[in-house]
Write a protein that binds this ligand. Structure first.
Ligand SMILES: NC(=O)c1ccc[n+]([C@@H]2O[C@H](COP(=O)([O-])OP(=O)(O)OC[C@H]3O[C@@H](n4cnc5c(N)ncnc54)[C@H](OP(=O)(O)O)[C@@H]3O)[C@@H](O)[C@H]2O)c1
Length: 200
């Protein structure tokens, strides 16, 4: 398969990339990627990327940002960071990416446990995760025949646990192999419109 991974240098993205690179053609994309640069918060940048990659079998997005902060400190502009990046970035990837998806192709988005089980300082991040869950369920109903759209929502993955553990007291770290199974299920299974939750 020809697999486009956005956020390929990130904690989650590089694990997925390493797995699929063994047996598939993988295109690594991200803001810092020299050959396939993309900023998902900019629709023109998404279009340019797909014009360069041409048609693909699989799109996996493991990218997207949102501002963390106490509700009383978050400004409207802070909320717009997540809306532009993690929310509309992924929505636009689907809108634009569908045109470049081969028959039987799939798109997998990434959200996270905050959508269902938020912690403090995540009003914005949880909000955009929840929006992507609703978007995925609705947009999947309109996928062209054979094409699929899912989202993987994990808890804090073990490779990021040190960074986030103080925000998530008592939450179990998700082993990277367990996290990867969510993406494998989305890419290689038959699910469409599914929120693949991996919280334990
Ligand atoms: N880490 C976790 O435990 C966890 C759990 C659940 C959900 N998530 C979510 O999963 C996603 C990936 O998490 P991560 O831990 O792998 O993050 P990460 O280590 O910070 O990596 C994020 C990757 O996405 C790219 N990226 C960020 N913003 C981008 C943009 N606007 N356009 C294109 N690429 C962009 C970055 O590339 P550049 O640096 O080159 O820009 C980087 O490669 C995030 O949305 C995160 O919220 C993470």
């Amino acid at each position: 398969m020809k697999i486009l991974i956005i956020g390929a240098k990130g904690t989650i993205g590089k694990y997925i990339t390493s797995h699929y690179s063994k047996n598939h053609e993988v295109i690594n994309a991200g803001r810092r990627e020299e050959e396939y640069p993309i900023d998902i918060s900019d629709a023109d940048s998404i279009k340019k990327l797909f014009e360069k990659t041409g048609k693909v079998d699989v799109v996996i997005c493991a990218a997207g940002e949102a501002k963390w902060g106490l509700l009383e400190e978050l400004t409207e502009e802070d909320f717009h960071i997540g809306i532009r990046s993690k929310m509309m970035g992924q929505v636009n990837l689907v809108r634009i990416g569908l045109e470049y998806l081969n028959e039987k192709g799939s798109i997998t988005l990434t959200t996270g446990i905050l959508a269902d089980d938020p912690v403090v300082k995540t009003a914005s991040a949880a909000m955009v995760n929840g929006a992507i869950h609703s978007f995925t369920k609705a947009a999947a109903l309109e996928m062209p025949p054979g094409k699929r759209l899912n989202v993987v929502s994990t808890g804090v993955v073990e490779d990021a646990y040190e960074k986030y553990k103080n925000y998530f007291p008592g939450h179990p770290p998700i082993p990277m192999k367990r996290m990867l199974l969510g993406y494998i299920r989305s890419v290689e299974g038959k699910d469409n419109g599914r929120i693949i939750r991996i919280y334990e």
